[in-house]
Ligand binder design. Structure first.
Ligand code: HEC
Ligand code: HEC
Length: 578
């Protein structure tokens, strides 16, 4: 997650002062004629009569799916009441469509859902409202509800085929976080600068006391300015590789978020945070699929984190869960806003999540004879690294799936995720810690404290942690290697490789020189023949993936690339059955 500001924020403060005076006099919230045109809520899908997306049997009840989609993990991006009132930035004069409008959220890659008890504003999977009361950094600006991004936002996929949508629970999402954050920052800036009356319209829409909104905005303006100053010092986003739709440099961005900019930012304006802890983002990765991961011996593409609880803690902090950025951060008394019970609930449910089976009724029947031939190809070319499909574990059992690792030089795919994870150093001297340590050791220490603090609080907490951790200790490491995951459900995980650089299974089984050099990510329309999305066309919001950019290489993984087209297609037919 980045709150880096690409928009120029110079002069925000003076404009802000003018606006505050002006809007205080006008009391716009009492003028109903200022009410914006609301976007219709809920689904804006093409076919009005469609019954909504199909859910495959993945081991979850309807109630679990619904709760997983909208449960808070405590991450908090901007005040919730503001979010539902913000306009899309950069619209033509007179147009006031909101960011939360379903068409806009869909362009940003979100899967929108109709209004329901768990989704009262008809937003999208993974977006929720969560209360925050931790006075630190941006979170000091608003005591109340915040917009959060949950696990399901990055970990729910879809396959569309001939007008039918199929939800893939735990599958890779398409959301473009940079574009989303860019809209939030652009829109708040428009309010702060009162561009074309944006401030009056905003104030009229926000359902909160105007005085609170105004002081909150002023505070937020300060945060954005501080972020802009920090950005100038560290050289902005130059040198970053855009993640675009469906990808995020989770490790790199999370550490920037947690340990670089926010350090003492608000208490001392002359202090630029810890610039030494900032790193440019060169390793965006495709959101991984979550089925079976609770049993993986190590998770992440580089098999670097062992324990589910501390993994989830570090993720929540990287996605802007509030935490007090001071010396307590590295003590057993951390003050943070992660909703530990919910995180543990989600991880428990993931233990029951099954990979989706190829829906023959929708995507076409499988040719069993061809698949059988493909299985022989698989056994000779793939089975020594990839388990085909691990057997289901008995509920509550702790059987582990040992994940094989392949050295970077051997697998030959883009090295950035593993090398940046391995090489990044962190200074904690501003909060009383060491002046240089490896980033993953810092993460291990911090998350270990947070876990221990929570576990000590009650017997139930301790039992919950034990259940999801299955005896795995809190360990982080940084092998220069990638793991070979089991291939069940692989048909629903395009684009392929850790960095999403190969559009389809068929492309992956071609020599790298014949794989597409550029393609568009963001379309959900599926092509069952090549097993991937239709990435030739530029659909609304689609991101142009360029494999020549740093971090985006589509090289390597030469396994099976020299087989005949017949064998290749037989192998693909087999992979569909997993
Ligand atoms: C902002 C997007 C985002 C959110 C929110 C998010 N994740 Fe992830 N998650 C990722 C990315 C990206 C990776 C891959 C990181 C890597 O390997 O470098 C990942 C990796 C994982 C992995 C390891 C998967 C593997 O293949 O080894 C698990 C398990 C996981 N996430 C679970 C969760 C859970 C549980 C939550 C909520 C508590 C969550 N994630 C929230 C983006 C997200
Ligand atoms: C020597 C070990 C090895 C062999 C043999 C091998 N793979 Fe892989 N495979 C890997 C590794 C390691 C990765 C992760 C590479 C990455 O993400 O950069 C991977 C990734 C993949 C992926 C992408 C997974 C994802 O998350 O997108 C697919 C699909 C795949 N392999 C299929 C196959 C098939 C099919 C074969 C047989 C033709 C095969 N592999 C043979 C090691 C192997």
């Amino acid at each position: 997650m980045k709150f880096d500001v690409r928009v120029s924020l110079i002069a925000v403060a003076t404009l802000l002062a003018t606006f505050l005076v002006a809007s205080a006099q006008e009391k716009p919230q009492e003028k109903p004629q200022d009410k914006p045109q609301e976007q219709p809520q809920g689904k804006s899908q093409d076919k009005p009569a469609a019954a909504g997306p199909i859910h495959l049997q993945q081991g979850w009840s309807e109630a679990t799916v619904d709760r997983w989609h909208f449960i808070s993990q405590g991450t908090a991006l901007i005040p919730y009441e503001w979010f539902v009132a913000l306009e899309q930035p950069g619209q033509q004069a007179g147009q006031t469509a909101l960011i939360k409008a379903p068409e806009n959220l869909q362009r940003l890659g979100f899967l929108t859902e109709p209004v329901s008890a768990t989704n009262p504003d008809g937003l999208a999977i993974g977006l929720y409202s969560t209360p925050v009361d931790i006075p630190d950094g941006r979170h000091a600006c608003w005591k109340g509800n915040w917009l959060g991004l949950g696990c399901a936002g990055c970990h729910t996929g879809q396959v569309s085929y001939r007008g039918q949508q199929i939800r893939i629970e735990g599958g890779p999402a398409h959301i473009d976080i940079d574009a989303f954050v860019g809209q939030l920052v652009g829109s708040i800036t428009a309010v702060l600068q009162n561009q074309d009356g944006a401030a009056q319209r905003f104030m009229a829409r926000v359902k909160a006391p105007p005085a609170d909104v105004q002081s909150g905005l002023q505070c937020f303006g300060g945060v954005l300015q501080a972020a802009a100053r920090f950005n100038q010092v560290v050289g902005g986003n130059s040198g970053d590789t855009a993640g675009g739709a469906g990808r995020l440099d989770a490790h790199g961005a999370g550490l920037n978020q947690l340990l670089a900019g926010p350090f003492r930012l608000m208490t001392d304006p002359a202090d630029f945070g810890e610039t030494r802890n900032y790193a440019h983002l060169t390793a965006p990765v495709r959101y991984p699929a979550l089925w079976d991961t609770p049993r993986f011996s190590w998770v992440l593409y580089n098999a670097s984190i062992r324990q589910p609880l501390t993994r989830n803690i570090v993720e929540a902090l990287g996605v802007l869960a509030p935490i007090k950025h001071d010396a307590t951060m590295i003590t057993p008394d951390v003050m943070h806003g992660i909703q530990m019970e919910n995180v543990v609930w989600g991880q428990r449910r993931l233990m029951d999540l099954r990979s989706p089976r190829w829906p023959e009724a929708i995507l076409g029947g499988l040719d069993q004879k061809r698949a059988l031939r493909g299985q022989l190809v698989y056994l000779s070319a793939c089975a020594n690294c990839h388990e085909a499909a691990p057997g289901e574990a008995a509920s509550g059992s702790c059987s582990e799936i040992q994940i094989p690792l392949v050295d970077l030089r051997k697998v030959g795919t883009d090295p950035e995720q593993a090398t940046t994870f391995n090489g990044r150093r962190i200074a904690l001297s501003k909060i009383g810690g060491p002046d240089a340590m490896s980033n993953y050791k810092a993460a291990e220490a911090l998350t270990g404290n947070i876990a221990a603090q929570w576990i000590a609080r009650s017997k139930d907490n301790a039992a919950g942690a034990a259940e999801i951790n299955c005896g795995r200790p809190n360990q982080f490491r940084a092998p220069l290697a990638y793991r070979a995951r089991p291939l069940n459900g692989i048909w629903a995980m395009a684009p392929y490789l850790h960095n999403g650089s190969v559009p389809s299974l068929h492309d992956l089984l071609l020599p790298p020189g014949q794989r597409p050099k550029t393609f568009y990510v963001g379309n959900w329309e599926f092509n069952p023949d090549i097993v991937g999305y239709d990435m030739k066309a530029q659909t609304p919001g689609a991101f142009l993936f360029d494999t020549t950019i740093r971090g985006n290489s589509n090289a390597g993984h030469l396994y099976g690339t020299d087989m005949t087209e017949d064998d290749r297609n037989a192998l693909i037919e087999y992979l569909k059955t997993l």
